[in-house]
Design a protein around this ligand. Sequence first.
Ligand SMILES: Cc1ncc(COP(=O)(O)O)c(C=O)c1O
Length: 305
Amino acid sequence: MSPFASPPIQKIDSKVALAKDVELYVLRLDLVHPLISGNKWYKLKYNLEAAKRENLDTILTFGGAYSNHIYATAAAGNLFGLKTIGVIRGEETLPLNPTLEFATSQGMQLVYVDRQTYKQRNSETLRKDLLDRFGKVFIIPEGGCNLDGVRGCREIISQDIEFDVACIACGTGTTLAGVALSLNTQQHLIGFPVLKGGDFLKQDIEGLMAPYQHNINVSWELICNYHFGGYAKVNDELLRFAREFEMECGVPLDYVYTAKMFYGVMDLVKEGYFDKRRVLLIHTGGLQGNVIRDTQGCLFHKSNV
Ligand SMILES: Cc1ncc(COP(=O)(O)O)c(C=O)c1O
């Protein structure tokens, strides 16, 4: 039996949406597995299969100290009997934060590299160095951003879900690329980059889709003005929105990805962007990494506050 549940769909009763004749639904990928939740399993699935096919028993991947991808890869390795190595950006800080503490508890070996080296994470030189150092390992890029990642994300939306527009938060755009490839010609997809200046993602996403896109015309766009200052940046308005949304609608949001996308969607609902449409918000998980900043800009894990 697969340890993964199929994601439930939750209807959102919102007065604002009702007034605009908009139907809102959330696809709760955050509930597919307690440890490998959100978009993570979809991005890892075919990568792990490829590792097994190549008879490699160790996965090496990259991430920041609060990375959802590191967390999920560690758990998936443990679940499927693969060793895992996490190459972490920056210096080791002790005690480990809850994300890295969890990763080591799942058997992941952590290797720290300085930020300059980390920037080379997709280069052939670093790849060769890592293979020299760790032997035969299967390397998955940061965030599961590769064609096998896209392939898995084509399975996020099942054919029987009815909607006009789907909305998703974007980091690398891998998940958006996969979801876009699974749409029918009547449907539209909107990506909300969580990085500042997210327009650059358009080219990356087109590159990720191209090998799978055989004359399919996919309707998608990026809306780039809900980044709240950049990756992992938050302000009081966003935190308040996430708290109130959870209280009113019973859907917890993470501050790095889904809160920004949900905020953007609710704002656009008010502006009349979705009038008379059925909108599907894809909840891509990330709750393990919920951190908030104090007034000095320091990050705290939600469970410690
Ligand atoms: C919770 C969450 N949502 C959304 C994303 C964005 O996914 P992608 O990098 O495929 O755009 C990520 C990053 O992987 C994530 O951790």
